[in-house]
Design a protein around this ligand. Structure first.
Ligand SMILES: Nc1ncnc2c1ncn2[C@@H]1O[C@H](COP(=O)(O)OP(=O)(O)OP(=O)(O)O)[C@@H](O)[C@H]1O
Length: 223
């Protein structure tokens, strides 16, 4: 079953400019881990922002788990899409502690479930003991791990990651990459990961899509 279906997606930042994304289509099966590769400026981050609902396409449809989340007539807000996102710059809430950043998307869970989920996430990203710190009191790599924990905590249908390991040192990168691969496989979770690192793709992706430089319409290929 396709968990994500993108059809004819077209997007431009301004009317005058060529579309960054032009008539792009892609289908992803449940449980697939797909790497998005491509040169700087090819539209990788923009594609994730369109899927998550942070940008509105000019044309095209996106379905998540069979439900239309954007089309000519439909627009679902990011929190209604069942899509988790780890941003390139983490986008943590600066006024919230690590704990509250991770708890942010869990308001529908009971108090006990929230506590349990937070403990699981802190253990996963090796940040036990850091829960009362604020983002500015963390290193770049630690902030990145909080972002990963926050996105995974609500158990999204699809996890979107924009260069999620770029600030981690080599050892931690390998550890988190391996653990993430196991978690995603165990949960049969679908994941799209933008990366510049072929090791990420080789280690955890089932396939990858390479975006072209000026437009990703007919330029992408699977490897
Ligand atoms: N807010 C914006 N307004 C106008 N143009 C933008 C905006 N954000 C990105 N762009 C342009 O859209 C194109 C695609 O940007 P995007 O960030 O999606 O590329 P990318 O493939 O993720 O690049 P990188 O690998 O460098 O992160 C680029 O040419 C970029 O300059």
């Amino acid at each position: 079953m396709s968990i994500l279906e993108i059809e004819g997606l077209t997007f431009s930042f301004t009317k005058k400019e060529e579309p960054v994304i032009d008539d792009f289509s892609l289908s992803i099966e449940k449980g697939e881990i797909v790497g998005i590769l491509g040169r700087s400026g090819s539209g990788k981050s923009t594609l994730l922002r369109l899927i998550s609902g942070l940008e509105m396409p000019l044309k095209g449809t996106i379905k998540v788990a069979g439900k239309t989340v954007v089309s000519e007539r439909v627009y679902l807000h990011p929190e209604e899409r069942g899509v988790g996102m780890v941003f390139q710059d983490y986008a943590l809430f600066p006024h919230m502690t690590v704990k509250n950043n991770i708890l942010f998307g869990l308001s529908r869970m009971s108090r006990n479930e929230r506590k349990q989920r937070m403990d699981e996430m802190l253990e996963l990203v090796q940040l036990e003991g850091f829960e009362n710190r604020y983002p500015h009191e963390l290193s770049g790599g630690q902030q990145q791990r909080v972002a990963l924990a926050r996105a995974l905590a609500p158990k999204p249908s699809i996890l979107l990651m924009d260069e999620p390991f770029s600030n981690l040192d080599a050892d931690l990168r390998e550890t988190i990459r391996e653990e993430l691969g196991v978690i995603l496989n165990n949960a049969n979770m679908t994941c799209i990961m933008v990366t510049h690192d072929r090791h990420d793709v080789e280690a955890i992706c089932d396939r990858s899509v390479v975006l072209g430089f000026t437009s990703i319409s007919n330029n992408y290929c699977r490897i």
